[in-house]
Design a binder for this molecule. Structure first.
Ligand SMILES: [Fe+2]
Length: 474
């Protein structure tokens, strides 16, 4: 019998060894949880306020991380190793800055020198010494897949409601579980904002970071109107190349990063400071003239499904601020959220539909921009198509996620149901020409845009008074 066990164990060892070659993209250990297991995790972690957020770095060779720790034991240090026992670890030091409370500091560290297709383990220095080692697997830098999930909005529409926080946390956990189990080759997650409900609550951010997937999945998180209700985003995120502009105030900031051949420009659309948004786009594009693709993200649903474009703030004001920037800087794809309605536009140029962008089709060097609007985790609602929509998801009771895959000259955008990964919509763009900014036309376009910049500034000033009177952002 012993020989049989030995034989089986040898066979299993060989199979496990082979698996590493057969499934090279497998990166996320299964972290599925039942609702009861989630609730138990939630109850055990919600009071700690020390969970880390792994963020994208300035490029694919960097990772940012941030966490809260006791003021008397704040060491902003992270160890990174290729071995699970943390031998030969490299230590990275960052900064410890004030938090929103008087008993903790916020640690912010950047890890550099990340190599592609490599397994890493990292530990951060918590108040109780080094944390348990968490695994991070980098993927290929040239050809890769990232994912988009919007309006996680932990807390939903409520204020200080632990039941609602936990419920939405489980929707978030389950969506990550479904998406990452089916797409283990995801490099990072980008959200067009509304990460939390009140923008003021530590508990909401703890719940956001609670799925164990979050410790292995770098995130790029835009600011949404709910985040803008307070300053918590400032203390719980560590985004790269944060741009504070000339006129931005309070929480306002844009940021950008480079991953492979793609430049990501993430705008804080809750600020009407057109001058700062345009300046950030110019800075990012000038620093990355060789990036083949340019993807923008902002919160409000420009060219989304349903009512979003009928909303005067989104349809007129924000469209007036952002759409010229997207056209001036030759953006390929814009990711939005806010309306909680999954949909994708046709090709849009200067506010007009210039191409059908049909689902399931491949387009080579198309004119115009695609606007993709994401669903939500906190709640979903039924929707309808608009003339500018190429795809509208009408099953309002189901979450969704989108993957964007870059391979050679192509970018494939696919949206799936969040409960069973059924493919809902896809479009592939092939680009065989350079991504450019027209050096002749750009200065000419900046002249009329100066009026938008002035009006944006005036709007900012008026909006600040309105927000003060009504006691916060909607
Ligand atoms: Fe929103």
């Amino acid at each position: 019998m012993k020989k049989v066990f030995k034989f089986i164990s040898v066979i299993l060892s060989v199979l496990f060894a082979l698996q590493a070659f057969i499934v090279p993209g497998f990166a996320f250990d299964s972290m599925s949880l039942t609702e009861e297991q989630w609730q138990s995790r939630y109850d055990s972690l919600i009071e700690s306020n020390t969970l880390p957020l792994l963020c994208v770095g300035a490029d694919e060779t960097q990772l940012n991380i941030t966490w809260h720790t006791d003021k008397n034991a704040a060491y902003p240090e992270v160890k990174l190793s290729k071995k699970s026992d943390m031998s030969d670890a490299v230590t990275f030091k960052g900064e410890a800055v004030e938090s929103e409370n008087d008993y903790q500091l916020v640690c912010r560290v950047t890890m550099t020198g990340i190599e592609e297709n490599t397994t890493y383990f990292y530990q951060y220095h918590s108040g109780n010494g080094w944390s348990k080692a968490a695994k991070y697997e980098s993927k290929s830098f040239d050809s890769y897949k990232m994912m988009v999930v919007g309006d996680v909005q932990i807390g939903g529409q409520s204020t200080d409601n632990p039941d609602e926080q936990s419920r939405i946390g489980y929707v978030w956990q389950s969506l990550l579980d479904e998406a990452l189990t089916k797409n283990p080759d995801i490099s990072f997650l980008l959200s067009p904002g509304d990460n939390t409900s009140t923008g003021k609550s530590a508990d909401e951010w703890q719940t956001f970071m609670m799925p164990t997937y979050a410790q292995s999945l770098p995130m790029a998180l835009a600011i949404g109107n709910h985040d803008k209700k307070g300053m918590a985003y400032n203390y719980y995120t560590n985004m790269p190349n944060e741009y504070y502009g000339e006129y931005f105030e309070g929480l306002d900031r844009d940021f950008w990063f480079r991953y492979g051949d793609v430049l990501y420009l993430v705008f804080d659309a809750t600020s009407g400071s057109a001058a700062d948004h345009r300046a950030m786009a110019e800075e990012a594009v000038n620093a990355n003239p060789d990036a083949k693709w340019r993807i923008a993200a902002m919160h409000q649903a420009l060219y989304g499904a349903g009512y979003s474009m009928l909303d005067s703030e989104t349809g007129i004001l924000l469209n007036g601020v952002f759409q010229p920037i997207f056209d001036m800087y030759d953006i390929d794809l814009v990711l939005t959220g806010h309306s909680h309605l999954q949909g994708r536009s046709k090709f849009i140029k200067n506010g007009l539909v210039v191409g059908a962008a049909k689902s399931g089709k491949t387009y080579t060097n198309p004119e115009g921009i695609i606007y993709l609007n994401s669903n939500a985790c906190c709640d979903t609602s039924k929707t309808w198509g608009m003339p500018h929509c190429a795809y509208t998801f009408k099953d309002g009771d189901t979450t969704t996620y989108t993957t964007i895959e870059f391979d050679g000259d192509s970018m494939a955008v696919k949206t799936f149901r969040g409960d069973n990964s059924e493919l809902l919509d896809s479009i592939t763009i092939v680009k065989t020409k350079e991504n450019t900014v027209d050096d002749f036309l750009l200065p000419l376009k900046k002249i009329p845009y100066a009026i938008v910049e002035f009006l944006g500034l005036a709007y900012m000033r008026i909006d600040a008074v309105v927000v003060k009177i009504r006691g916060g952002h909607f």
